[in-house]
Design a protein around this ligand. Structure first.
Ligand code: FAD
Length: 496
């Protein structure tokens, strides 16, 4: 499969979508199924296994492990390597909530506005799960579209011991093509890996390919969107300047959706500035690049096996009990999730690698995530077309410590020794940079993702989220994309 040549793009589109990841891929499918003709533009190509990419595990193409800032450039975006943990945000994530280091802001709408789109996204991405066990789960109008996944026997035994020792655990909702006739075999190369069986429901398999199958979508791969073009008065989006193999072409459409990912969306809007938008599109209030948030993430190992466990599918359970607070701590603390198997020792100093490897091969790798809060100051400082500095979000250090202790104690009570990883907390699942909001002085887009004051110009990706919650952000980005597809279709700018 490959994309069109730039000169072959038809040029009569209802919408042009830039970026084919969680936001752009899903938006393209949503628009195409609502009858719109869409041009999807992607910097990267279809990801296919290259012999030279095979690492420790032959035949496996892996993400630059544990470097959250690595930007993925391919059809499907970062979802080609994601763990497909597809969580709905909690109801409290949409409200203003007091945290240890400040307030996580209210969204321009409540959870109930997104509920039907979460359900649609769960169907598209084949999410498996079970309602009822997750202590913080939001209400849902219907069941999960697919039954819970089985746990690996060793993982299931660990869960039983944790539960017997008092821990409340829940299945991680996952988007996998598992079950009768499905391609998923629940192997070890899932989280942080490219799935060679096409069994992971990423934005390519679950959205871009079905979108192409509608016949309503043209795809340009290896094509960069250099700039978004706005009308002379600056009030309307008119098109994009595209570059493929050094050739440049301008294409027009009444709707332009920038879905280039958390950093590259802000950069693209910045370099699209004009005399009417001197600091960048959507930056009249200085909010472009701001409101960056994410998850402060720590790792420890729970030693669950005396001998190396061998390859297993481990990313299957979580502890969300303390989402909104914990004993003796009134603030939200976050979640614990078991990660997939990955050679994390390659990230350690050379001298430590053998010991980290010996530990990791006998352990479940435990990730804990605590919300890092956005502010007006968190985010990028631009100089010309570049980002020259980045201010971090507010880190809730006490909450981070609390979830780490609670999670480690849960394993300790069940008789499993825990070993902390020797690494500083990392910021994962970054959000913000072009945040949604009702107040144009505090946000870049309105509550539907349309840039304040620029008709037809939308941002739908990780950068639109006003806060990051503490669960994985992918499903929320997908749900926002489907909601935007409805909005755009209803506005008459693309046919319903
Ligand atoms: C290892 C790993 C594991 C993860 N696990 C999970 C998980 O289990 N659950 C979860 O919810 N999230 C997970 N995430 C995060 C999730 O993948 C991202 O939050 C999500 O993909 C972000 O979606 P997006 O649309 O903002 O950006 P992306 O999915 O990154 O898509 C952006 C796309 O835009 C393209 N692009 C950029 N600039 C241009 C341009 N100028 N012109 C054309 N195209 C352009 C890029 O090439 C890219 O394809 C994980 C991420 C990683 C890296």
């Amino acid at each position: 499969m490959s994309g069109l040549r730039l000169e072959d793009a038809r040029g009569a589109y209802d919408a042009i979508v830039v970026g084919s990841g969680a936001g752009g891929g899903t938006l393209t499918l949503g628009l195409a199924r609502r009858g719109a003709r869409v041009l999807l533009v992607e910097s990267g190509d279809f990801l296919r296994l290259q012999p030279s990419d095979a690492g420790e595990q032959p035949g496996v193409y892996m993400y630059g492990l544990m470097r959250p800032d690595d930007e993925v450039t391919c059809v499907g975006g970062s979802t080609k390597f994601y763990g497909a943990a597809l969580y709905r945000f909690r109801e409290s994530d949409f409200r203003a909530v007091e945290h240890e280091a400040g307030v996580s802001p209210a969204w321009p709408f409540g959870y109930e506005a997104l509920e039907p789109y979460y359900a649609e996204a769960e169907r598209l991405y084949r999410v498996h799960g079970a309602a009822g066990d997750d202590a913080s789960e939001p209400f849902r109008a219907g069941p999960f579209p697919h039954a819970p996944l089985p746990h690996d026997p060793l993982v299931g035994a660990v869960m039983a011991r944790l539960r017997a020792a008092g821990a409340r655990l829940s299945d991680i909702p996952r988007g996998l093509d598992y079950g009768s006739g499905g391609a998923c075999i629940m192997c070890a190369t899932c989280d942080a890996h490219f799935c060679t069986r096409d069994a992971k429901m990423d934005a390519e398999t679950a959205a871009v390919r079905p979108a192409l199958a509608t016949g309503n979508v043209d795809l340009l791969t290896r094509t960069d969107c250099a700039r978004v073009i706005t009308s002379i008065d600056g009030r309307r989006a008119e098109g994009v300047v595209l570059v493929q193999d050094g050739n440049e072409r301008t294409l027009h459409a009444p709707v332009i959706a920038v879905c280039a990912g958390q950093t590259r969306t802000a950069l693209l809007l910045r370099r699209s500035r004009t005399d009417k938008h001197a600091d960048g599109l959507g930056n009249h209030a200085g909010m472009l690049g701001r409101g960056v948030a994410g998850h402060m993430t720590g790792v420890f190992f729970a030693l669950v096996s005396a001998a190396p466990m061998g390859p297993r599918h481990t990313k299957s359970f979580a502890m969300n009990t303390y989402y909104d607070g914990a004993p003796g701590w009134t603030h939200p603390v976050g979640v614990l999730q078991i990660a997939g198997q990955a050679p994390i020792w390659n990230d350690a100093r050379r001298v430590l690698r053998p010991i980290v490897k010996a530990i990791a091969e006998r352990s479940l790798m435990c990730f804990h995530m605590t919300e890092a809060l956005p502010s007006r100051d968190s985010g990028f400082v631009f100089e010309g077309d570049r980002i020259v500095a980045e201010a971090p979000p507010r880190f809730c250090g006490g909450s981070y410590k609390r979830i780490r202790e609670l999670a480690m104690k849960a394993f300790g009570r069940a008789g499993y020794p825990v070993i902390p990883a020797l690494r500083k907390p990392q910021l994962w699942h970054k959000t913000g940079g072009a945040i949604m909001g009702n107040d144009p002085a505090q946000s870049v887009t309105d509550g539907h993702g349309q840039i304040h004051g620029v008709e037809g110009l939308y941002v739908i990706d990780a950068s639109s989220l006003p806060s990051a919650g503490a669960v994985n952000t992918g499903l929320t980005i997908m749900a926002l994309a489907l909601r935007a597809a409805d909005t755009i279709a209803a506005s008459g700018r693309a046919p319903a």
